[in-house]
Design a protein around this ligand. Sequence first.
Ligand SMILES: Cc1cc2nc3c(=O)[nH]c(=O)nc-3n(C[C@H](O)[C@H](O)[C@H](O)COP(=O)(O)OP(=O)(O)OC[C@H]3O[C@@H](n4cnc5c(N)ncnc54)[C@H](O)[C@@H]3O)c2cc1C
Length: 429
Amino acid sequence: MASLRIHDCVIIGAGPAGSAAAIEMARAGRDVLVLDRGEFPRFRIGESFLPRTKRAFRRLGVLDKCLALPHARKVGVEITMGDWRYGPQYFFFRDVFGDGDKETFNMARIHLDQMLMESAREAGAEVRTSCAVHGIERMEDGDVRLVTDSGPVHARWLIDASGQATTIGRERSQRRFHSFLRNVAYFEHFENVIRPSGRGANCFGLVIADEGWFWMIPLDATRTSVGFVASEALHTSLDIPADQRLQWAIDRTPVLRERMASAIGPDRNRTISDFTYRCDPFSGPGHFLIGDAAAFLDPVWSTGLTLGLLGAEQAAGSVIRMSNGSSPATERARHNAWTTRITNRAFRLVEGFYDPGFRDLLFSPRRTKQLERAFVTLLAGEIDRVPFGVATRCLALGALVTIQRHRPIAARVRPFKMCLASADGVDSQ
Ligand SMILES: Cc1cc2nc3c(=O)[nH]c(=O)nc-3n(C[C@H](O)[C@H](O)[C@H](O)COP(=O)(O)OP(=O)(O)OC[C@H]3O[C@@H](n4cnc5c(N)ncnc54)[C@H](O)[C@@H]3O)c2cc1C
């Protein structure tokens, strides 16, 4: 009987995290096999990228390929209350501390993910699509065996990049959900959405209501991705089908009604669960977890791809170093510590958005420029190497948020409540 080929690394999932890890390792001459149960090109949500994501694309050598695909420029974030109260607030990446990128782009994932998967192939990785992993028979350092649609697979190391399927997290019951970040997202692509002009031109649109928030992401010259992220409470209490809830929310929100007055798009929306979780420990005997397979974070600050690409770089580096003699225990400890640190930072950033004290400061006309710049630096995705000055300013910002919660130093914002608003107009609040 012919003996089974032993790959240096097998990766579950050819999404951005899996493909990026494959590119890194294949370019370093490692024998990499990527298995994905889906067929490409395929739809995925998660279309707005941070300046740090752009740098990760550049490092992978795929930035020019990205920019050759349909995309839209992104220079910052425009934040508004759903009925325009307090006026739009702007945060621009040009204010980022340090020499990181000062702008980035958005793009439909159908293009990006296909390009990344093909780039992994071009780099020398073997990629099998329509090939699901059904089970893990063995997972020890240097000896991993999987049961797959294309038969048994044998490798020295396993990287789980299976996204929200969290193959290892589920198998080992490691997935822990966040106590309150349990949202549901309703979304679609539209033509003819009015885009902000003036200061807001080329900004990611974030529109806040008490019951959730909207994203408005220009994807290319004409198409805009619009989504509504609803709290679990709203999701479970609404008595209308899930695939009509985006329109329901738009009808009750003046900013969306105005910008989508002539929008053309499907009658029904897509839906995805948006529950924040983490699957730590992020590595163990024979394996590493990256991307959404490691942790998923509420997408308000568009951190998903940044975390996935940076995690891929870390895990690929570990596999390469182990094949050069580094000890598995050292690499495991390194990956766990790195992923824990980055995930904790990103979690704090997202938890802040849901803190009423933070929202008060967000809409305050008396924002401190230096603190704002530190916040924008994190918003740009510069969370893997936070300069000392940014870290101390962010600590100061955190302290102000705590003070604001207990003894207001800025006016309290009155949230816009869409449930008090009718589809024809806004009831008095
Ligand atoms: C509503 C919403 C909005 C978002 N917005 C943004 C945003 O604006 N910006 C941003 O950066 N991020 C955003 N994200 C997050 C982003 O989409 C994810 O972080 C990103 O897709 C993770 O990439 P990944 O490679 O880890 O996983 P995925 O892209 O999900 O890829 C995982 C792959 O694994 C494959 N797979 C799963 N199980 C198996 C199996 N058993 N066998 C074989 N293959 C398998 C799947 O087919 C899939 O192709 C958003 C997420 C949500 C839910």
